[in-house]
Design a binder for this molecule. Sequence first.
Ligand code: SF4
Ligand code: SF4
Length: 287
Amino acid sequence: MLGSSKRHKKRAQKDFFRDWLYRKYLLARWLDYQGKQIIRMRGKSRQHEKAFRLILETRAGLGKIVKSLVLDCKCIVDCGSTCCYFPGRRGLGVFLSEEEAEKVCSILEKMGLRREDYVRALDKGGKKPHFARLNKRRRIPEVVLARSPKLLSDERLWVNKNSYACMFLKEDNACLLYDRLRPRSCATFICKTGSMVNALFLLGVIRPSYLDGRKISEINTLADRATTLFSDEGMFELDHKIAVCFMDLVKLYLKSGKGLSGKMKELLELGLEYDLRRNRILRGIMP
Ligand code: SF4
Ligand code: SF4
């Protein structure tokens, strides 16, 4: 049995990435809220101009991370779309809200496809939850099963050899709906491998070409190692200090401008410390 501190550590490691992401999301929302005022204050002095640039660059960076990882979740790992397979012949595919189901059906009609072939409505005590149907003729390929990525919980498999493809998964492994609609359940699915690799890419640590020809087992290892980057206590503290310092800078900028230089210096020093620590950890994790 795990001791309580080990259990706590394991849980903390499981939640580290969501926490990190959530903090970025809150900061981006806060900054969006201040946005109009920030832009109105632009260019009052040289000092303001510098702070303005720093604020906007940070805002753009945060926006990119949050958009790609929270709202879009576009995955750059070519694992054979494991997350579009679901266990069980009688199992259900992706959950669709009432509103999503309607949109999906109208997309299908425009394509000349029959909605009942793709969407299934269950009758549950007056409520009618909708699900994407499973393609019973398309079992998960052995090669995809053998090299599947990891979930956040560290499990490697959430599918088994009796898993079937979502009806919307095309032969080329692209989603039939993707360009028109991303069901919320698909957009918010995060597997550890995909999210870690996407985060490393967004942070500029790896390029997509880094993945060329790499085995999923190697990419799983990279994702495991990348957890250190987000679960390191020193990084966590620095990240928190940077967020507080950054918010103070924005408040000063909007209030009077007095003390801006000192705050910017403090922020840049913290950023430097953060980069040094990050690079040290990265040197240890990159295979
Ligand atoms: S709807 Fe598209 S993205 Fe979602 S599981 Fe089906 S194929 Fe995959
Ligand atoms: S999110 Fe995970 S399962 Fe889905 S495509 Fe990316 S690596 Fe594969």
